[in-house]
Design a protein around this ligand. Structure first.
Ligand code: GDD
Ligand code: MG
Length: 361
């Protein structure tokens, strides 16, 4: 009954110039493992989902995704004509799966996170699946990560009482779900020790997902229903092309997780695995399997790197020779048409630079 869903959207501008609209983060190997992030995500989920898997991505990424996951059936590849955020992507998956089997438990997992070890991840997801299937209506189950800093880019989860679910000893009710709080609030949450980060994973009965979508986002729900009704029929492409552009753009965290938590329908299972959403280039240095040249982490096969008294990160998809001498914590990202030079400390500011570059043409 479990089907995994991989929403693969977003441009990942904080990883510019490596991650671009044409080749976003999930199409790169950011750990030096030899797998792109989306392929690693697929492989991590395959044993759980037994081959039942849906990918939702932009039309522009069709060829790349099919190349990465040749196992994927075309009926299980949802292609968006334009991004409508995670609410539409995950909501449509829920609606399609509901029509195939209303008793389905779905699990949505980002395509661009780095997770290890896979076995610990799968144990947590199994607990989440048991929890999602528990009780009369089930639960929307999130996976919680111990926060390390007052990030404003994550959802925060306050756990409530322990739930008594067979096969899920660490499952708890969620008292509150707050998406992307202000820095002031995030600092308060961190200091309280009561909050976990939402890892961006949702395991739930498709019926409960749809129930909350209908209650909180009726317009989105109506559009998704129309598309899903046509999905496994010859009318699929015509209906999708007509309805998709009209859908409201909203993240699943606002559309479902926050209101469902307020209604008491959300649970959390803590994830004891290592989790990184690769939010900027400083993250590359934390991800273990990349090549090291002295104190410099090197990602990419082509470049020959020489270092002397330097530390930091080099990411290169060129065949250039790169020499770093006497500079610390530097970040060099070398691509054929754009070069980034910054430091680990300032790596988060890449997003602003990309916006400014775009504005100035
Ligand atoms: N197909 C598709 N289309 N997927 C999308 C779209 C879209 O338009 N927009 C977002 N997604 C996918 C992303 O690829 C990712 O897998 C997931 O939906 C979440 O979207 P993000 O844009 O990455 O969200 P976020 O990082 O700001 O926040 C979410 O993830 C955090 C953890 O990384 C939230 O769930 C937070 O609560 C969470 O802490
Ligand atoms: Mg994200």
């Amino acid at each position: 009954r479990f089907v995994a869903v991989i929403p693969a959207g977003g441009v990942g501008t904080r990883l510019w110039p490596l991650s671009r609209a044409a080749a976003p983060k999930f199409l790169h190997d950011l750990t030096g493992s030899g797998s792109t992030l989306i392929r690693a995500t697929y492989d991590r989920l395959r044993p759980l989902a037994n081959g039942r898997l849906l990918v939702v991505t932009g039309q522009a990424h069709r060829a790349a995704v099919c190349h990465q996951i040749p196992e994927l059936d075309t009926a299980d590849l949802v292609l968006e004509s334009e991004p409508k955020d995670s609410g539409a992507a995950i909501g449509l998956a829920a609606a399609i799966l509901y029509r195939r089997d209303p008793a389905t438990i779905m699990g949505s997992f980002a395509a661009d996170h780095v997770i290890s070890p896979d076995t610990v991840f799968r144990a947590a997801v199994l607990e989440a699946i048991h929890t999602a299937a528990s009780g009369e209506r089930g639960k929307i189950v999130t996976i919680g990560i111990e926060p390390t800093h007052p990030s404003t880019g994550f959802g925060y989860i306050r756990g409530g009482e322990a739930l008594d679910v067979a096969g899920a000893p660490s499952a708890r009710a969620v008292a509150e779900f707050v998406e992307k709080p202000s820095l002031e609030v995030a600092e308060k949450y961190l200091a309280s020790g009561e909050y976990l980060w939402n890892a961006g994973m949702f395991v739930a009965p498709v019926s409960l997902m749809l129930e909350h979508l209908e209650a909180n986002q009726p317009e989105l729900y109506a559009g998704l229903t129309e598309i899903a009704d046509a999905w496994d029929t010859p009318a699929r492409d015509e209906v999708t092309a007509r309805v998709w552009p009209t859908l409201p753009k909203i993240a699943i965290d606002y559309a479902v997780a926050e209101p469902a938590a307020a209604a008491g329908d959300v649970a959390v299972v803590p994830g004891a695995f290592r989790w990184d959403d690769v939010g900027d280039f400083a993250a590359i240095g934390r991800l273990n399997s990349a090549r090291e040249v002295d104190a410099v982490t090197v990602l990419g096969e082509g470049a020959r790197v020489f270092t002397e008294g330097a530390s930091g990160i080099v990411v290169s998809d060129t065949k250039r020779v790169i020499a770093l001498i006497g500079i610390q914590d530097v970040v060099i990202v070398d691509t054929p048409d754009a070069l980034l030079v910054t430091t680990k400390e300032h790596a988060q500011k890449v997003k602003g630079a990309v916006a400014a570059l775009k504005a100035s043409g």
